[in-house]
Design a protein around this ligand. Structure first.
Ligand code: PLP
Length: 391
C-alpha cells in the first residue's frame, strides 16, 4: 500500500488517550471466573444493587406504551423540574429548573461542560489522584489538564494555595473539584469548598464541581457548589446513589448564561438523552427508601473494611469519607501497585484497581478497593487479604 493510503488508516492523534487499566483487571477476573474461580469484585465503581423498583416500573409502563420518541433536547421538562426540587429537598436550595440539563450520564455532561466553558489550549486544574477521564476528555478536546498534587494536609483535595501557585506559573482557565472524590473517597467540607471556589472565581478561573457521589457521604454532609456560586457548573448523575449506571442518565446545573450553548451542543451531538432512561430517572426519586437501604449497606461495608483491613496488614488508607472507595497505601508490600493487584487477583481472587490508573505520580504505591458489593463479600475479602498478607 502507498504511504499516503496507509496514513488514511491511522487514527487521529487526539484519539490516542490512555486505556482504563481497571478494564484489564476485569478481563483477568473474567478469565479466573471462566475457569471456575470465585472472584470478589472490588475493582469496578458501580453499585451491585439494581435501579429502584419505582424506576423499573416506570420504564416498563413507558415501554408498554410502545412509542419511545425523542424528547426535548434539554430533557423531559418534568424530570428537569424534579431534579430542581431535589436541590430543595437535599440542600434547601431553590433551583430554577431552566438551569438543569439532562445528559447521557455525567460522562456526556463532561463533554458538554468542557466545550461550553473552555477553548482549545485552555489549562484546567485537576486533583491528583483523580478520575482518569477528566484528563483524557480534556486532552481529546485540545485542552491541557494540569495535575495538582494533594496531600493529607488538605484531606487529599485541591486547595487554594496550590491552585494559585499553578495559576501564577501559567494561567488556568478552569478547575474541576470532586467531593466525595474518586479514587480517594475523601470529601471537602463546606469551608474548604467555598474557599476554593471563591479563590478560583476571584482569579477568573471557572469552576466545575463533579457531584456524582453526593448522597453517599458518611463523614459529614456533602455541600453542593450550586449553593456557593451561580457561576460554577455542577455535574451529577443517576449512576451511583440512584444505582442506575447502565441507564446512562445524568444532569448538569449550568449558569443560566450557558444553557442555550449547551442545548445547541447537545442538539448536534445527541438530539436528546434516551427517553426510557429519563422516565425511569424521574421515578427513581420515589425510590428513596430503597436507595437509603443500599447506602446503609455501604456504611456497613465501610465499617468492615476500616476495622478489618488494618488487621489484614493494610493499615494505611486515606479518610474513608464518602462514595464507595477505600484508597489503600500498599507500599509496605510493593512499589508496583499493578503487580500487587495482579497477584492479589491471581492468588486470592480479590479484584482491586491499581493506583496508577488514577495517579501517574504516586499511584504505584496505592490500590483502590470499591466497597459497593455485599457485606459478606467484604468480610470474605478481608479474610482472603489477611491470609495473603499476614503469613
Ligand atoms: C468521579 C466520577 N465522575 C464521573 C463518572 C462517570 O459516571 P457516569 O457517566 O456513569 O455518570 C464516574 C464513574 O465512575 C466517576 O467515578
Amino acid at each position: 500500500m502507498l504511504d499516503a493510503a496507509k496514513r488514511l488508516l491511522n487514527p487521529s492523534l487526539r484519539s490516542d488517550v490512555p486505556p482504563f487499566i481497571v478494564m484489564d483487571v476485569m478481563a483477568a477476573a473474567a478469565r479466573i471466573e471462566a475457569a471456575g474461580g470465585h472472584v470478589i469484585h472490588m475493582e469496578v465503581g458501580q453499585p451491585a444493587a439494581p435501579a429502584p423498583a419505582t424506576a423499573i416500573a416506570a420504564a416498563q409502563t413507558a415501554l408498554a406504551g410502545r412509542r419511545i420518541g425523542y424528547t426535548e433536547c434539554l430533557g423531559i421538562p418534568s424530570l428537569r423540574a424534579r431534579i430542581a426540587r431535589h436541590y430543595t429537598e437535599a440542600y434547601g436550595f431553590q433551583l430554577d429548573p431552566a438551569r438543569v440539563v439532562v445528559t447521557t450520564g455525567s460522562s456526556g455532561g463532561f463533554i458538554l461542560a468542557f466545550l461550553a466553558m473552555f477553548e482549545p489550549g485552555d489549562r484546567v486544574a485537576l486533583a491528583n489522584p483523580g478520575y482518569p477521564p477528566y484528563r483524557h476528555i480534556l486532552t481529546a478536546l485540545g485542552c491541557e489538564p494540569v495535575l495538582i498534587e494533594t496531600s493529607a494536609q488538605t484531606r487529599w483535595a485541591l486547595d487554594s494555595e496550590r491552585l494559585l501557585a499553578a495559576h501564577r506559573k501559567k494561567p488556568l482557565a478552569g478547575v474541576l473539584v470532586a467531593s466525595p472524590a474518586n479514587p480517594t473517597g475523601t470529601m471537602m467540607d463546606a469551608d474548604a469548598l467555598s474557599h476554593l471556589i471563591a479563590t478560583a472565581e476571584g482569579e477568573g478561573i471557572r469552576v466545575i464541581s463533579d457531584e456524582i457521589y453526593h448522597g453517599l457521604d458518611y463523614a459529614f454532609p456533602a455541600v453542593t457548589a450550586v449553593s456557593l456560586s451561580d457561576r460554577a457548573l455542577i455535574i451529577n448523575s443517576f449512576s451511583k446513589y440512584f444505582c442506575m449506571t447502565g441507564w446512562r442518565v445524568g444532569w448538569l446545573v449550568a449558569p443560566e448564561s450557558m444553557v442555550r450553548s449547551i442545548e445547541r451542543l447537545q442538539q448536534n451531538f445527541a438530539i436528546s438523552v434516551p427517553t426510557l432512561s429519563q422516565v425511569a430517572a424521574q421515578a427513581a426519586f420515589d425510590g428513596r427508601d430503597e436507595m437509603e437501604a443500599v447506602k446503609h449497606g455501604y456504611e456497613e461495608n465501610r465499617r468492615i473494611l476500616t476495622e478489618g483491613l488494618p488487621k489484614a496488614g493494610l493499615e494505611k488508607f486515606l479518610p474513608v469519607d464518602g462514595a464507595f472507595y477505600l484508597y489503600a497505601d500498599v507500599s509496605r508490600f510493593s512499589n508496583d501497585s499493578h503487580d500487587f493487584a495482579k497477584r492479589l487477583l491471581e492468588e486470592v481472587h480479590v479484584a482491586a484497581t491499581p493506583g496508577i490508573d488514577f495517579d501517574p505520580i504516586h499511584g504505584k504505591d496505592f490500590v483502590r478497593f470499591s466497597y459497593a458489593g455485599s457485606a459478606d463479600e467484604m468480610r470474605d475479602a478481608v479474610a482472603r487479604i489477611k491470609r495473603w498478607l499476614v503469613r
